[in-house]
Each structure stands twice: as structure tokens, then as C-alpha cells.
Design a protein around this ligand. Structure first.
Ligand SMILES: [Zn+2]
Length: 217
């Protein structure tokens, strides 16, 4: 099963991806994680991406697509769920083209729809571990000890990305850049809109209903 999970920053994509992985045995392919891994491993792609980031620019679409398709090709037979990718219509079209060459396509596009005030509240409460990448929330997902990662005891920090002003900016970018991806998939696949203002368990239930129907089809 090849799934794309879309949604504004803070819609809970990471959490829901993990649940999809646990239930259906697909691989979670997060563009952020893969980019970090490529950079950490010092691969050719990682170095190229790093040079764009060092100069304060965005990593270009073709580089991101190459990186993600590499990960897709290594994914298991059970399939994958894409998180944070495709981020632009250009990336989505390129992905379809490359999958199409192998006679494959995206089977499901889940779009987590969320109210912006809910996003700002969720994201400004997030705390992350800079060592292992684990994410917590000061209200909804507390670590066992305040401010400390459960896995490795590292002091948790608020990523610059989760600062309320930055969140507002990221939402703006999302609307300009990624919202058109939803429309792109509306024209090419069946997009399932999921109300993501609810708590994570309700969102999972809605998602699983859609995905179960696909598995049985
Ligand atoms: Zn940690």
C-alpha cells in the first residue's frame, strides 16, 4: 500500500504515520528524517542538500525527489507512507512519473484537515530531543520527567520551528505551496479528507476506516 499523508504543520502527521506503520506494516518515509540521515551519513545527496541549507535556501525539488525515490525503492513490499513529501505540485508530479515507470501509483492520499488556532496551540507546546528526535508536548504527551527525554535523558528543547511566530509563517508557506498538492491529488487520485481537530485516537480511527476499505478492495 502506497500512502501519502498530507496536512498542515502540526496536524499530527508524524504521530499518525507511526500508527499506520504499526497497523499495516508499511515503512514510514519522512522527508525531514531522510534528509537528516543523508546529511549525517555524508552521502553525495546529503552534501548537496547541506550546501543549499547552509546558504539559507530551500533544497530544490529534484534533489528531494531523488532522495525520496531512493528511499521508496528500498522500502519493503508492504509499501510506505510518505510524510512531509511531496511538498510541492512539482514534487507530486515528479513522484507520479517515477512511480509510473515501474507500473506503480499512490493508492491513498489522506489529508489531515485542521484549524489554524489548534495548530498554533499544539506546536507551541512541543518539546523535542535534539539527540534522538523524540517529540513530546507539555500538555498532551509529557515525558516521564519534565523537560527530559525518556529515551536518553537529554534535555528537551523547543525547536525554532515550533516558536509561535515561526508556526504562523510555516502555515502561510503551507497554504501557498502545499495546499495546491491536495488539489493536484484531487484531480488524480481519491483524496480522503480527515478531520484532524479531534484527538489523535479519533483521527486514527477515521484514517483506519479508509485504509481498511482499501486493503479489502
Ligand atoms: Zn532523546
Amino acid at each position: 500500500m502506497r500512502i501519502v499523508l498530507l496536512g498542515a504543520p502540526g496536524a499530527g502527521k508524524g504521530t499518525q504515520c507511526k500508527r499506520i506503520v504499526a497497523k499495516y506494516g508499511v515503512v514510514h518515509l519522512s522527508s525531514g528524517d531522510i534528509l537528516r540521515q543523508e546529511r549525517a551519513a555524508g552521502t553525495e545527496l546529503g552534501k548537496k542538500a547541506q550546501s543549499y541549507m547552509d546558504s539559507g535556501g530551500l533544497v530544490p525539488d529534484n534533489l528531494i525527489v531523488e532522495m525520496m525515490v531512493g528511499a521508496i525503492n528500498k522500502a519493503s513490499q508492504k509499501g510506505f507512507v510518505l510524510d512531509g513529501f511531496p511538498r510541492t505540485v512539482n514534487q507530486a508530479a515528479e513522484l507520479d512519473k517515477l512511480l509510473g515507470r515501474n507500473g506503480k501509483k499512490i493508492d491513498a492520499v489522506l489529508n489531515l484537515e485542521i484549524n489554524e488556532q489548534v495548530v498554533v496551540k499544539r506546536m507551541s507546546g512541543r518539546r523535542s530531543c535534539s539527540k534522538c528526535g523524540a517529540v513530546y508536548h507539555i500538555e498532551n504527551l509529557k515525558p516521564k520527567t519534565d523537560g527530559i527525554c525518556d529515551h536518553d535523558g537529554t534535555k528537551l528543547v523547543q525547536r525554532p520551528d515550533d516558536n509561535p511566530d515561526v508556526v504562523t509563517n510555516r502555515l502561510k508557506t503551507y497554504h501557498q505551496q502545499t495546499r495546491p498538492v491536495v488539489d493536484y491529488y484531487k484531480n488524480n487520485n481519491a483524496v480522503c479528507n480527515i478531520n484532524a481537530n479531534e484527538d489523535a485516537d479519533k483521527v486514527s480511527t477515521l484514517m483506519f476506516k479508509k485504509l481498511d476499505a482499501l486493503v479489502l478492495a
